[in-house]
Design a protein around this ligand. Structure first.
Ligand code: BEZ
Length: 212
């Protein structure tokens, strides 16, 4: 059983999917990726999640993030379920769902937590950077549907902090002030951040979001 931690290389794999044979790294190309697992096909919470994910695709595209879902049922089942998702959620599923019947990918990504359920995957989320390192892992139980606004928010933070020497404070959203990285002395920060640096404490310095 693999343990994947932040900073690790995301394991590559080839699997069948609702859209045919699928290689993870080829699919991601040189962009970002989000891989999220679902306990099973034809379940209510998963149905709402996949419908929501489909409606959010344009937002993921804007951030150069490729979406891929996974469930431990087969491709034919996925394709029947997608008809229900499209009908009930008033959308069109527009990303692949991996058919992980042999649990190869679920095991590779440690998505089955036997003390929660020994056969179905939990609701895992992996966000992967263009260099294929894992940048974020979130795990929800089967009974709790994910918040896709939060997934976009953390992607905004991951992408901002990947390219600027900042961190994002509690409840931060795109456009709000950010925290200057603790490793940068305030004098240096004032040179880097032309929009200004507010020193509240020597270790707590704010600057406007450098991307707006
Ligand atoms: C659901 O997606 O609705 C679900 C799946 C497994 C357990 C509980 C809920």
């Amino acid at each position: 059983m693999a343990t994947i931690r932040l900073g690790d290389m995301a394991p590559d794999f080839t699997a069948d999917s609702s859209e045919g044979q699928f290689n993870f790294y080829e699919y991601l190309g040189d962009g970002w990726g989000i891989l999220f697992s679902h306990p099973a096909d034809f379940t209510p919470v998963c149905t709402t999640e996949l419908g929501t994910a489909a409606k959010f695709k344009a937002e993921f595209d804007k951030r150069n993030v490729k979406m891929v879902a996974l469930s431990v049922d087969g491709k034919e089942s996925h394709n029947e379920w997608i008809k229900d998702i499209n009908e009930t959620q008033h959308t069109t599923v527009n990303f692949p769902i991996i058919a992980d019947e042999d649990r190869k990918v679920s095991d590779l990504y440690d998505m089955i937590h036997p003390n929660a359920d020994d056969t179905l995957t939990v609701r895992s989320v992996y966000i992967i950077a263009p260099d294929k390192t894992v940048k974020l892992i979130i795990t929800y139980p089967a009974s709790t549907g994910r918040n896709f606004h939060e997934l976009l928010r953390v992607i905004d933070s991951l992408q901002l902090t990947a390219y600027h020497k900042v961190a994002t404070p509690a409840n931060w959203e795109h456009g709000q002030d950010v925290v200057v990285s603790p490793s940068i002395p305030t004098d240096e920060a004032k040179e880097i951040f032309s929009k200004g640096v507010e020193e509240i404490k020597p270790y707590l310095r704010l600057t406007p979001d450098p991307t707006v």
